[in-house]
Write a protein that binds this ligand. Structure first.
Ligand code: 13P
Length: 284
């Protein structure tokens, strides 16, 4: 079933846990995320990032995301991730996505405020929650390992977080405090004190991008400090690749379908472990 992002955040607050937000730019990953949602019966955010258009179009996989979420007995949100412009986000909402992010983090502050405010107005008219981003992160959403080093000079400051939320009206905030998109080239160095300050200053749930590749302890501590949604893609896609390598090299493998089935299973195991890490309540 589809639940709103507001309901998903209420669940996360109540249970002191993080929401697993999984990018699904290939079908086996989408099916695996649905499998995990149904197995655990906890909310999962099915996300599609605009930069993943190079793999598959939102027009192609988006309707499948919405339909599979709607017909499932488990709770799902379907989310436009890293929307780069208002028209793209509106396209997602038109096809049934019920949550969105506008990523103006690379723009100058005032321009980010302007484009984010316009998306908030458009989305709120449709009853859809908006995530904004302030502060930049290195790496990208395509798993590119070339830049996987966190740069503390790009971390979000509590002052800009507070002003950004106040002026735009976003419902949640993606901020920079030590994670990177893509593969880590060095151990992540998360600034937990900064997360707590950002949560206080922003007054809305925090979103951790670059959320794959962390330890259970790191997930738990970030959640304790105020993160309520964790974005996850690169390490799930990597798990799929590693699982199919031996099969692909095996002369007894005759059809691609065998690789696809193996990838789905490997990703299911990977996302299950990730979801379990986020769903251990802090009290336990
Ligand atoms: P990873 O690259 O760490 O999986 O992060 C994905 C992400 O943040 C998408 O928004």
């Amino acid at each position: 079933m589809l639940i709103s992002m507001k309901e998903a955040y209420a669940y996360a607050e109540q249970n002191e846990c993080g929401l697993a937000a999984v990018n699904t730019p290939f079908f086996e990953l989408l099916l695996a995320a649905i499998d995990v949602g149904e197995e655990t019966n906890t909310p999962i955010i099915l996300s599609f990032a605009q930069s993943h258009e190079k793999y598959v179009g939102i027009d192609e996989i988006g309707p499948a995301m919405v339909t599979l979420a709607e017909r499932s007995s488990a709770p799902f949100v379907v989310h436009v991730d890293h929307g780069e412009d208002i028209d793209y986000i509106a396209r997602g909402l038109d096809m049934g996505f019920n949550s969105c992010m506008i990523d103006g983090s690379l723009l100058p502050f005032e321009d980010n405020v302007e484009v984010t405010s316009r998306v908030v107005q458009m989305a709120h008219e449709r009853g859809v929650a908006v995530e904004g981003e302030i502060g930049a992160m290195s790496g990208n959403e395509n798993g590119d390992p070339s830049q996987g080093l966190a740069d503390a000079s790009l971390y979000t400051t509590p002052e800009e977080a507070a002003e950004f939320v106040r002026r735009t009206g976003v419902d949640s905030l993606a901020a920079s405090f030590g994670t990177v998109h893509g593969l880590y080239r060095q151990k992540p160095n998360l600034d937990y004190g900064l997360i707590a300050e950002l949560r206080n200053a922003a007054g809305v749930p925090l979103v951790m991008h670059g959320g794959s590749g962390l330890s259970i302890k790191e997930y738990r501590e970030t959640i304790k400090q105020g993160v309520r949604k964790v974005n996850y893609y690169t390490y799930a896609a990597k798990a799929a690749l590693e699982a199919v390598r031996p099969l692909a090299a095996d002369d007894e493998t005759f059809v691609f379908s065998d690789l696809a089935a193996r990838a789905r299973e490997a990703v299911r195991e990977d996302i299950f472990a990730f979801s379990a890490a986020l769903n251990q309540t802090l009290a336990r």
